[in-house]
Design a protein around this ligand. Structure first.
Ligand code: NAI
Length: 717
């Protein structure tokens, strides 16, 4: 079967070759092996032509130049020996390098996203022109996958933009826009999209006249232009920044820095060889595999419509939020930011007024000014309608209720409002614990009701759980998912149940921390072990952040649902009774009564823990504590799979990474479990048998161990 080609070669003018990338049947151009083969054939055809003045690389995809290499090929090569990885890198480098050795000028004409291998390809051209479109960006995100550029990016970028700029771009993995690229010399011009091709042709002509590109070719094939002192200083500061950001858990940025530093004084060919060898050390490592998994989880989530049927989501042009507290404010602000007209209400007039101010402050916050931008606030204000009238609320396409966590209060609101709603309107609750089916009991139209559970703080947290009650329709779920995505969130659909997904998984972990305290483990040890595992904070700090009263309440719901495996610790109520509610009250497990409001150990807390200590004092091994904290979470995840709470095992991992910051370098909870294997997990559980049902292997786990199966094999990718 003849495959359609990605690369078209045309001649807009007799001496100008135009190489257009247009991957058939795809929204983006990707540098897969077949595309590289094609590029090679096209370059064979034109690279030696003395009659050409220039070659322009351009994309036919709107908003995308090149999205990078084909990551599915990476996955397929995970087990490749280092020599093969070196060869793959060398192949790309040699191919792209031809663009810097042609008898004519080569120009990358970039509109839209130009990242990874695409940015490397562009860097091998003599010049880059970028459009001023807001979508246009260039960057090297490889470190986010546990790698660094391997097709000459680390060699070529420092020679074009200077070592400091290249180190920043490559070790951070963050893209820059056209203006910044122009400022650092990565782009030679910034133009409007409709002028892109013409501007590239003009640039070919002017370069031919000045011959400047030839001087640059000469210079960029040699060492990087930097003094030893500067280089030394840069090395020290950059490694300090990287160490602080990666906490030693992500090796790629440091490896990228080392390879760039090491290749400063060599010629470009040696720099490329060093890059390829460095890449081969990272490629296929467990961290690379885990981060690739996170990429695929995210990608899958973007494409997931939340339902298996082909029902279409309803349009949500106007939304309403009931309750102007912490969550209501965040949700309303998210609507305003995405241009969705939102009506906000609250039973308490002062709370409503305060809510409006906070929302406008949030949506108009200007980072450069460090405060709200009044002009912007005035511009956005018409998108927010504060009201005390049900009639105004009732006109919305979708209503999110975010009032106090009390089933009766919520149900009264629905009873009052439902008869007034549009016949297609969707009603949703932001409840964090109350079963959706229970809330829907008295509704006329339970099929148009679901949970849309945002996480706190809404502006920061990407995860949204869309909860399907027993009677929720596919159309409602699809609409809630599409709406959450429109607000910039990553929604996962979960079936109803205590704690839904994320809180249900978090609870056993947090509960175990209290058990460990009661057995005499030190707070500091629990915190260190969790952070070393990669959690953004320890469980005790998390208690203080969530609020001990809230945690107690949520814990009670879980305990009521699963009394056999959730131990009701007396420590929490003791602290709550003493008014130690965590960060919000200035003191919880830690004290926050200092200038920066930072957590400080508080010796006073012992009086609320010590009375509940049991057993002989003993030493705790960090490895034991790690298993005590994470195995209960994992066991709960297997129960969630047994009960069909999630549609795919991958949703568990995405939910935990986006919902609680489960370490991406472990690829997700179940991905991590798969690296251990079910049989090994059974072994790890053995020493904890005496702790009872909460540490007992589930049927699913036992079956998987017997069959030698992985969690990720339970559902298709
Ligand atoms: P909050 O206490 O900050 O705000 C609740 C607001 O609801 C208050 O302004 C109150 O005046 C208003 N309210 C009470 N009764 C009302 C009624 N009958 N009609 C209209 N307004 C009424 O509470 P928060 O934290 O914003 O929580 C709201 C909901 O979101 C709860 O269901 C909670 O479980 C859920 N949630 C909370 C999270 C959190 O971290 N705070 C995270 C995720 C969900």
């Amino acid at each position: 079967m003849a495959t359609e080609s990605t690369i078209r070669l045309s001649y807009p003018e007799a001496d100008i070759a135009l190489l257009t990338l247009d991957m058939p049947g795809k929204g983006a151009n990707i540098l897969s092996r077949p595309v590289l083969d094609e590029l090679e054939r096209v370059l064979d055809e034109v690279a030696g032509r003395e009659d050409l003045a220039g070659l322009i690389l351009i994309s036919a995809k709107p908003g995308i130049f090149i999205a990078g290499a084909d990551l599915r090929e990476f996955v397929a090569s995970m087990g490749a020996p280092a020599s093969e990885v070196v060869a793959l890198c060398r192949r790309g480098q040699t191919l792209f390098q031809r663009l810097s050795k042609t008898p004519f000028v080569t120009i990358a004409a970039i509109d839209g996203v130009c990242v990874g291998g695409g940015a490397e390809l562009a860097c091998w051209c003599d010049r880059r022109i970028m459009t001023s479109s807001p979508k246009t960006e260039i960057g090297f995100p490889e470190v986010k996958l546990g790698l660094f550029p391997g097709w000459g990016g680390t060699a070529r970028a420092p020679r074009i933009v200077g070592l400091a700029n290249a180190v920043e771009m490559i070790t951070s993995g963050d893209s820059i826009d056209a203006a910044k690229a122009f400022q650092m010399g990565l782009a030679s011009d910034v133009v409007q999209l409709d002028d892109l091709q013409a501007a590239a042709i003009r640039m070919v002509r002017s370069e031919q006249q000045t011959g400047l590109y030839l001087a640059d070719r000469e210079q960029w094939s040699g060492p990087v232009d930097i003094s030893e002192t500067e280089q030394g200083f840069l090395g020290i500061t950059a490694s300090a920044v990287i160490q602080q950001q990666t906490k030693g858990q992500y090796p790629a940025p440091m490896a990228a820095l080392e390879v760039m530093m090491g290749a400063v004084s060599t010629d470009i060919d040696t720099a490329c060889q060093m890059e390829a060898e460095g890449m081969s050390q990272l490629f296929g490592s467990p961290i690379n595999a885990a981060l690739l998994n996170v990429f695929f989880l995210t990608d899958r989530n973007k494409k997931d419509r939340g339902v298996d049927s082909d029902v279409e989501p309803l349009k949500v042009e106007t939304a309403a939020v009931i309750g102007a507290g912490i969550m209501g404010q965040g949700i309303a602000a998210a609507n305003v930011k995405r241009n969705v007209l939102v009506t906000l209400t609250d039973a308490n007039r002062a709370a409503l007024a305060k809510g409006v101010t906070s929302i406008l402050e949030e949506v108009s916050f200007n980072r450069q000014l460090g405060k709200a931008d009044v002009k912007r606030a005035v511009q956005l204000a018409p998108l927010l309608n504060a009201t005390e009238s049900d009639a105004e609320l009732a006109t919305a396409d979708l209503i999110v209720e975010a009032v106090v966590e009390n089933a009766d209060v919520k149900r009264q609101i629905y009873a009052r409002l439902e008869p007034k709603l549009k016949p297609t309107a969707i009603l949703a609750s932001n409840t964090s614990t109350i079963p959706i089916t229970k809330l829907a009991e008295k509704l006329e139209h339970p099929e148009r009701f679901c949970g849309i559970h945002f996480f706190n703080p809404v502006r920061k947290m990407k995860l949204v759980e869309v909860i399907r009650g027993e009677k929720t329709s596919d159309e409602t779920v699809a609409t809630a998912v599409a709406y959450a995505k429109h607000l910039g969130k990553s929604p996962i659909v979960v079936n109803d149940g205590p704690g839904f997904l994320v809180n249900r998984l978090l609870l056993p972990y947090m509960n175990e921390a209290l058990e460990l305290l009661a057995e005499g483990a030190e707070i500091k040890l629990l915190e260190t072990v969790a952070k070393k595992f990669g959690m953004p904070m320890g469980p005790i700090t998390l208690y203080d952040m969530v609020g001990l009263d809230t945690a107690f309440y949520a814990g009670r719901i879980m305990w009521e649902a699963y009394p056999d495996r959730i131990a009701a610790s007396p420590i929490l109520p003791a602290l709550v009774k003493a008014g130690r509610l965590g960060q919000k009250s200035g003191v919880g497990f830690f004290s926050y009564q200092n200038k920066q409001g930072k957590a400080q150990p508080d010796p006073q807390v012992a009086q609320y823990i010590d009375p509940y200590k049991r057993g002989e004092p003993r030493k705790f091994d960090p490895a034991e504590v790690e298993m005590r904290l994470f195995l209960p979470m994992l066991l709960e995840a297997t129960r969630i799979l047994e009960e069909g709470i999630v549609r795919n095992v991958r949703d568990v991992d995405l939910g935990l990474i986006f919902g609680v910051g489960f370490p991406p370098f472990r690829g997700g909870l179940l991905f991590w479990a798969d690296t251990l294997g079910a049989a090994k997990i059974l072994e790890l559980l053995k020493p904890f048998e005496s702790l009872g049902p909460r540490m007992a292997p589930t049927e699913l786990l036992k079956r998987m161990a017997a069959e030698g199966k992985k969690f990720y094999e339970l559902n298709p990718a």
